[in-house]
Design a binder for this molecule. Structure first.
Ligand SMILES: Nc1nc2c(ncn2[C@@H]2O[C@H](COP(=O)(O)OP(=O)(O)O)[C@@H](O)[C@H]2O)c(=O)[nH]1
Ligand SMILES: [Mg+2]
Length: 286
């Protein structure tokens, strides 16, 4: 259906190289994923880079996901060696639990420092995630809008700018932007449906067709409740039903499909169909 696309290879290699360079001076890394797609919203190359590093996986946008499916992913990543936390960076839910969790992960190191008589200090960290996953929103929450640039930190070979996030964290002033990577077109659809990649990157009708197929398979009742879609309806009937319901008509009573596409995608992204999870452990091979 869709030809393979090489995603932003230039950006991708540059950001992975930057992360590789900086990783050794971090106490801990914070990996931010979209709770609706905890696999598609991460660059798999990252796992290799951070395999030996203390790390926390933050499931952001927990408010938008299907809770049961999300919990399966949380268990999965815990088994993979991540400390985990589900968060909502907009309301700030669970954001105050991030620092205590990091302290728990780094317990031995911090106790060692304390026994040497060193004073408690902010943890050096990097927030890693693909565009739109919520990095800036989280940073604002962590700093409670008091992000201030500190001077150069002594002991670091190359002068670095650190952003102080309250008392708890020091964040390196290098964007931890990852780029999604995939050979599987399904991953592309999941990124497009949730708005992680721009709408123009994949053909909108393909994306919506995938979305409807997905919803019919996993959430048929949500389609019924929202739009009155009959379970037996095929794809075009589904579009026509939504189009008539929402008055997306052009002359001669024909349906304006491009408006229908926009309505469906906007509804999905605004949680009008409830919490949805697109990546499912049962569907992917990892
Ligand atoms: N519903 C919801 N939206 C979020 C959450 N975190 C971020 N967003 C939204 O996601 C969009 C992208 O966030 P942003 O912080 O700019 O992402 P960045 O590109 O990683 O810095 C914005 O519209 C945010 O309001 C969350 O936990 N829940
Ligand atoms: Mg940002």
């Amino acid at each position: 259906m869709m030809k393979q696309i090489q995603w932003f290879p230039g950006h991708m290699f540059k950001s992975l190289r930057q992360i590789r360079e900086k990783i050794s001076i971090m106490d801990i890394v914070l990996v931010l994923v979209d709770s609706r797609l905890p696999l598609s919203s991460i660059n798999p190359e990252l796992f290799k880079i951070i395999s030996h590093k203390p790390k926390v996986m933050l499931f952001n946008k927990m408010d938008l996901a299907d809770e049961n499916v999300l919990n399966e992913w949380v268990n999965y990543y815990q088994k993979e060696g991540f400390a985990t936390l589900k968060i909502d960076s907009v309301t700030g839910k669970n954001v105050n639990k991030i620092h205590p969790l990091c302290q728990e992960v780094l317990k031995e190191k911090l106790e060692r420092e304390k026994s040497k008589g060193l004073k408690p200090r902010p943890l050096r960290t990097m927030i890693l995630g693909i565009p739109n996953v919520g990095k800036s929103t989280l940073i604002n929450q962590l700093s409670k809008s008091s992000a201030t640039k500190t001077g150069n930190t002594p002991g670091v070979t190359k002068a670095q700018q650190w952003i102080k996030l309250g008392e708890n964290f020091e964040l390196l002033d290098t964007p931890g932007v990852l780029w999604p990577k995939f050979e599987d077109p399904i991953v592309g659809y999941h990124l497009a449906i949730t708005g992680a990649i721009k709408d123009k990157i994949l053909p909108e009708d393909d994306v919506v067709q995938y979305a409807i197929k997905f919803l019919r398979k996993y959430y048929p009742n949500r389609l019924k409740d929202r739009y009155g879609i009959n379970i037996e309806s095929d794809y075009v009937e589904t579009l026509d039903t939504i189009g008539r319901l929402r008055g997306c008509l052009i002359k001669n009573g024909e349906i304006d499909y491009s408006r229908v596409y926009t309505i469906i995608l906007t509804d999905i992204r605004n949680k009008m169909l409830g919490g949805l999870s697109f990546d499912r452990l049962s569907d992917v091979s990892i």
